[in-house]
Design a protein around this ligand. Structure first.
Ligand code: NI
Length: 141
């Protein structure tokens, strides 16, 4: 079989966390108007699903792009352990500065995973609910 062909691998992970949508750049009134019930003082929770996509060539010895155990260990350490069953606004330093919307979760998770040593990170997709999903592939507009 030909070596050097690019293969993309996707794997899904899950964590549960709470957050409150509240921006320091908006007034109390604007926060209530923009975020509605998501601005309620004591927050609310989500069961998040994260799909991580990495790419590389197939290792001729293993027949794999990356060992799933390596990817799992990296995602567990960088994302699941710091985010699962946490209050994102307080427990994750980045969200003390930035509103923990799913857009910001996507970019924060991307930053945490882009140094995965065994394959190239292509994108991070986060589902907040079965109706909402956001995806980031490291691009700027
Ligand atoms: Ni929410």
């Amino acid at each position: 079989m030909k070596d050097g062909l690019k293969i993309e691998l996707g794997r899904r992970y899950r964590f549960s966390a709470s957050h409150r949508l509240h921006s320091g750049m908006l007034s109390e009134e604007e926060n209530r108007r923009v975020y509605g019930k998501c601005n309620n003082l004591l927050g609310h929770g989500h069961n998040y699903v994260v799909e991580v996509r990495v790419s590389g060539t197939v290792d001729p010895a293993t027949g794999m792009v990356a060992n799933l155990a390596d990817l799992d260990g990296f995602v567990e350490k960088e994302v699941i352990e710091p985010f699962d069953h946490k209050l994102l606004n307080e427990d994750v330093a980045a969200f003390r500065e930035h509103v923990p919307t799913t857009e910001h979760l996507c970019t924060e998770i991307y930053q945490r995973l882009k140094h995965f040593p065994k394959a190239k990170l292509e994108s991070v997709r986060v589902e907040e609910t079965s109706n909402n999903a956001f995806e980031y592939a490291g691009e700027e507009l």
